[in-house]
Write a protein that binds this ligand. Structure first.
Ligand code: UD1
Ligand code: PEP
Length: 426
């Protein structure tokens, strides 16, 4: 869908309260995890994002019927799996869809899933997903851009991930949750989105231990029941708004936040001189009248500094006088925002996955987002400069930020766009 650009005029302080949406990257695998139950499941805190509509389209193909029962509440029901394949046209749109491989395999015994898409800043392998499923007893082959998986009986055994992978851990958990075997995953991800999926599955009657530790034990169960669950707050959206507050030297109050999920971000912003006050699920971020200091940042798996906030951090540090260094070894090629920030006057030199940033003042320019978080970096940058920045590639922002223009206007930002139409009953 071709969307109209976002027009952003900055150079003035923002203020007020902004409610953070619930987590995109937890909601997507939780929606997929409902495939494991034949009973209805109601989810609360599902953000209305294009990625959510994409996964619902895929789920519909697999046999799930859904209905929105509130602004962010969704009931899903998969009495039976009608198709065991996840076609290229749907999987290629987003990364998270690849975990239907484990879910379909668990429920139907066989699955065909196209190689995943998603934000395309460089290679995003799935070798660990495949190695894990094979180690647990599934047969997985690849041909013509598709993975074929099948199992005889229940999955069982153990697998040590060669690196920390969120999606790989999701896929293995979903594949092993049903059945009679016990599976042990070592060096598993401790990401908040993995913990949320496990807690959700346990509400439906799964027996999964070790959430939030590197060793996850899954005792297969015969069936899962229906149930109700609320998705966790989106720590990446919260971090984006924290950086927006800092970059515009404003004070913002964020609600629906889990400060315990944001430790690495909070401490980095505090090191820069931003005041952050935590009060339950609220956070006040204050950068008014501050001379912010440059910092060095390296991304890591959770609980380290998230790669999903690296582009936004580049935009922020481009406004901070002095030399900052950002390294993103998690996704070394996640750099599509850099050339666009150059158009806005940023001084950033890139060598491998290292950005050296000489901070200063940015100016408005026409720019284009080539992926979701690059888009976030651009609206942050745009809101720091006087004049109008026109941001193209809004379809990427709609993947991850619900009603963005409207919510930014709520904190005093001058942002206009002919709103994209995501149908309420889509
Ligand atoms: C939908 C979703 O939740 N997406 C998030 C998820 O993506 P995703 O689950 O795809 O990311 P992973 O955690 O799997 O990737 C982490 C690292 O492991 C590598 N790797 C991963 C799998 C594999 O089989 N082999 C391999 O080498 C990746 O190249 C990367 O360097 O976590 C990323 C890292 O926090 C985030 O940027 C994404 O926003
Ligand atoms: C990159 C992201 O999502 P995906 O993994 O679906 O591309 C993201 O949420 O920042």
């Amino acid at each position: 869908m071709q969307l109209t650009p976002l027009h952003v005029t900055g150079g003035r302080q923002l203020s007020g309260e902004i409610a953070v949406q619930h987590s995109k990257n937890a909601a997507l695998p939780i929606i997929v995890a409902t495939l494991l139950s034949s009973e209805p499941v109601t989810l609360h805190g599902v953000p209305r994002l294009s990625d959510v509509y994409t996964i619902l389209e895929l789920m519909h193909h697999l046999g799930t019927r859904h209905a929105w029962v509130g602004p962010n509440s969704l009931t899903l029901h998969t009495p039976e799996i009608l198709n065991t394949d996840a076609p290229y046209a749907l999987v290629s749109k987003m990364r998270a869809s690849f975990i239907v491989l484990g879910a379909i395999l668990a429920r139907a015994g066989t699955a065909t899933v196209s190689m995943p898409g998603g934000c395309a800043w460089g290679p995003r392998p799935v070798d660990q997903h495949v190695k894990a499923l094979r180690a647990l007893g599934a047969e997985v082959t690849e041909d013509g851009g598709n993975f074929f998986a099948r199992r005889e009986g229940s999955l069982s055994g153990s697998f040590v991930f060669e690196l920390l992978t969120v999606g790989g851990t999701h896929n293995a958990i979903l594949a092993a949750a049903l059945g009679e075997g016990t599976v042990i995953l070592e060096n598993a991800s401790i990401d908040t989105d993995v913990v949320d999926v496990i807690e959700f599955l346990n509400v439906l009657g799964a027996r999964i231990e070790g959430a939030g530790t590197n060793t996850i034990t899954i005792h297969g169960v015969k069936a899962l029941r229906g149930g109700e669950y609320t998705v966790i707050p989106d720590r990446i959206e919260a971090g984006t708004f924290m950086m927006l507050a800092a970059a515009t030297r404003s004070q913002l109050t964020l609600t629906n936040v889990r400060p315990d999920h944001l430790r690495a971000v909070t401490s980095k912003l505090a090191e820069m001189g931003v005041d952050i006050l935590e009060d339950g699920n609220r956070m006040i971020v204050d950068a008014r009248d501050r001379e912010l200091k440059p910092v060095n940042v390296t991304t890591q798996s959770y609980p380290g500094f998230p790669t999903d906030l690296q582009p936004q951090m580049s935009a922020l540090l481009a406004t901070v006088p002095g030399t900052s260094v950002i390294q993103d070894p998690v996704y070394p090629d996640r750099l599509t925002h850099v050339a666009e920030l150059h158009r806005m006057g940023a001084t950033i030199t890139v060598s491998g996955y290292t950005q050296v940033i000489q901070g200063g003042t940015l100016h408005a320019a026409p720019v284009k987002a080539a992926d979701l978080r690059a888009g976030a970096a651009l609206f942050i940058a745009g809101l720091t400069c006087e004049g109008e920045t026109v941001i193209d590639g809004v379809q990427y922002l709609n993947r991850g930020y619900e009603r963005l223009a409207e919510r930014l206007r709520g904190i005093g930002a001058q942002v206009t766009q002919t709103e994209s139409v995501l149908a309420a009953d889509d």
